[in-house]
Structures are given as C-alpha cells and as structure tokens.
Design a protein around this ligand. Structure first.
Ligand code: NAD
Ligand code: TYD
Length: 351
C-alpha cells in the first residue's frame, strides 16, 4: 500500500507517519514544506526505514504536487498539511487562507487528474482522506454533541479556513467522483506537540516556573484525544471509510481547561514535590477573541461502522504526555529557544 501523507512533519502527521511506517508497513511519502510547526526530529525513529521517503514541498505548488503523484503513484492520500493554531490565525490569517484553502484545492485537483488516469481496479480502490477538525461546527452550549450532520458554524479564521477546505473536498467527490473521505477530530494531545498549544505550553511553563496563562475563566471545554488514537483512526478511515462520507473522531474526554491545567500541575507536583504546588503559577489572562465555549464529539459512526475505539482515557494519556516531555528535553528545548518561547499570541486592542 502506497500512502502519500501531507504535513507528516507536524504533530499529528508525524504520529501518523510513525504508525504507517512502523506498524502498518505501508510505503510512505511524506510531503511537507517545514513551516515553524514542521520538525523532522519528530520522525527520527523512522527516517532511515526503507519504506519511508521525505519530500520538502509546498502543497500550493501544483507542478511539484503533480511530479510527486506521478513518481510515487499513491493508492491513498492522507492530507494533513495545514496552518493549525487558532491564536496565530487571529494574529494574521493569510497563511491559513493560502495553505488550508488554496493548498487543499491544489492537492484535490492534482489528485483528481492523477486518479482519472488510473486503471479501473486502482481507480475504485483509491482514497483521498481530508483531515479536518471539529472546530468547523462552532461552539456548543452545556448540552449536546457534534454529529456528522451538525451544520457548519466556524468562529475563528482557522476554523473558517478548515470549513472551506472540507466543502472543497466534498465538492470534489460530488462533482468529479474523486473518492474523498473527510474526518473531523477533536483536540489532540500527546508527544511531539508543538509548545504553542494548551497542554505542551502548560507543561513547559510549569517546568520552568513561568505563569500558566488560562484564557478567561478557564471554563471552556475541549474534548481531548490522545494523538496515537487519532493516527489509528485516520488509517482506519482512509482504508475502510466510504467515499463521500464524513467521520467524527473523538474519545469522550471532555474537560474544562482549568481542570486540564490543574491535572498537569498535580502530575508535576508528584514528580517535583520540592517545587511547591505548581498550581500557584495559574494566571487568568484576557480571553481569546471569538473563543468557542465547548466542543464535544459523537464518534459513534466511526465506532459502529469501522470498529475504531480510543484506547487511552484522558487520565492515562495525560500522564504519558507529561512524562514524555520530562524525558525528551532534546526535542522541545531547541523549539523553546529558537522557534517560539511561549509569549501570548492573538490578542489585540479593542477586544
Ligand atoms: P501542525 O501545525 O503540527 O503541523 C502542520 C504540518 O503541515 C507542519 O509539518 C507544516 O510544516 C506542514 N505544512 C504547513 N503548510 C504547508 C504547506 N503549504 N505545504 C506543505 N506542508 C505544510 O498541525 P497538526 O496539529 O499536526 O494538525 C494536522 C492536521 O490535523 C491539520 O489539518 C489540522 O487542521 C487537523 N486537526 C488538528 C487537531 C489538533 O488538535 N491539533 C485536531 C483535529 C484536526
Ligand atoms: P489550543 O490548544 O490553542 O486549541 P484550540 O484552540 O484549537 O482548541 O487551546 C485549547 C484551549 O485552551 C482553548 O479553549 C484555549 C485555551 N488556552 C488557554 O487557556 N491558554 C493558552 O495559553 C492556550 C494556548 C490555550
């Protein structure tokens, strides 16, 4: 099985590539332009595997994408390349529009022309998995869950750009017959997570004795999924999902942000009892503009139709994650020193 992965040097992409190369034994071509969020160090464990290749290229570059399809000849495309951080999208949306919308268009259209020329057997087996987020559905109140049929209602430039790309992906199926499948997943966490997102930022700030900035009152709810569970779900959907369908991915792990931060502090208290309660570092800061109140996923379609189920609970996953950061300073120290040191992003006067 030949799988072209875009964004394989990112957080979820690298977990997926490690799973495909190491456990599934697929032939993998990882196409990634290496933005600030792309990091080949996350792929050290597979970089010299005979079934792994890397191509540094921008998905918006049609000519390079056509060459990659023509020479690698994928059976499956798993498209993860994106700008992914809500706060950066508030600061400036141009890269989000370019990569998430224009880049997805470029990839879909390249895939369509490549797919059109395949023989009948390969044509019917081909799949294009477009990897998306539950943030396209907008914000929930205290009750209810996102279902695949929930209307789109995105709040941030990031989620609006992902919503646009989801619509393009489904349109390429309805109009051209390209066998597209779309997945919408809740918040991921785990090893190799770039320390701009809530969980790794809180772990590293707490370790360094810095403030833990909780937006607003910390009552916003996210539904957390361990990244390796997501990687397994993505392969399940790409290999067995029905063309034209959407699948929600999540593990029923809703938590308020403030409770997540307290849990991280408690784990660190257990390791470094001499450093005092880490929760003293928690600081309430100005809220994020357009901050969605609650996300919660109903993944029963994926569970009943394709037999996937999350293996980690939040309690087991967060424990593993905190310990991974404690043991892998070689990975995060260069990022904190040279790429992003944790300053607040995405607030502006007037909000
Ligand atoms: P990430 O920011 O960690 O990684 C994105 C990767 O894409 C990076 O390696 C980057 O170099 C690459 N990339 C960016 N622009 C590119 C371009 N123009 N051409 C080629 N490569 C490019 O993101 P992530 O958290 O791993 O998310 C991966 C995908 O999953 C995204 O599509 C995101 O929307 C989606 N998603 C993320 C989450 C989450 O919690 N992080 C949840 C659900 C869905
Ligand atoms: P984040 O990790 O940015 O993911 P997303 O915005 O895609 O859900 O944020 C998760 C939640 O944590 C979100 O409600 C915003 C909040 N948050 C903070 O309170 N403080 C922070 O420093 C960050 C980065 C996020």
């Amino acid at each position: 099985m030949r799988i072209l992965v875009t964004g394989g040097a990112g957080f979820i992409g690298s977990a997926l590539v490690r799973h495909l190369v190491g456990e599934i034994g697929a032939e993998v071509l990882n196409v990634d332009t290496l933005t600030y969020a792309g990091n080949l160090a996350s792929l050290k464990s597979v970089e010299s595997a005979p079934n792994y290749q890397f191509l540094r290229a921008d998905i918006c570059d049609r000519a390079r994408m056509q060459e990659a399809f023509a020479s690698f000849r994928p059976d499956i495309v798993m498209h993860l390349a994106a700008e992914s951080h809500v706060d950066r999208s508030i600061l400036g949306a141009a890269d989000f529009i370019q990569t998430n919308i224009v880049g997805t268009f470029s990839l879909l259209d390249t895939a369509r022309h490549y797919w059109d020329e395949l023989d009948a057997r390969r044509k019917s087996a081909f799949r294009f998995l477009h990897v998306s987020t539950d943030e396209v559905y907008g914000s929930l109140g205290d009750e209810g869950l996102f279902e695949e049929t929930t209307p789109y209602d995105p709040s941030s430039p990031y989620s609006a750009s992902k919503a646009a790309s989801d619509h393009l992906a489904i349109a390429w199926h309805r109009t051209y017959g390209l066998p597209v499948v779309v997945s919408n997943c809740s918040n991921n966490y785990g090893p190799f997570h770039f320390p701009e997102k809530l969980i790794p930022l809180m772990i590293l700030n707490a370790l360094e004795g810095k403030p833990l900035p909780v937006y607003g009152n910390g009552a916003n709810v996210r539904d957390w999924l361990y990244v390796e569970d997501h990687a397994r779900a993505l392969f399940t959907i790409a290999s067995r999902g029905r063309p034209g369908e959407k699948y929600n991915v999540g593990g029923r792990n809703e938590r308020r942000n403030i409770d997540v931060v307290h849990r991280i502090c408690a784990i660190l208290d257990g390791v470094y009892s001499d450093r005092g309660p880490h929760a003293r570092l928690i600081t309430n800061v100005t809220d994020r503009p357009g901050h969605d109140a609650r996300y919660a996923i109903d993944a029963s379609k994926l569970e009943s139709e394709l037999g996937w189920k999350a293996q980690e609970t939040f309690e087991t996953g967060i424990e593993k994650t905190v310990h991974w950061y404690l043991e892998n300073e070689w990975w995060w120290r260069p990022l904190r020193e040279n790429v992003y040191s944790g300053e607040r992003l995405g607030v502006f006067k007037g909000r």
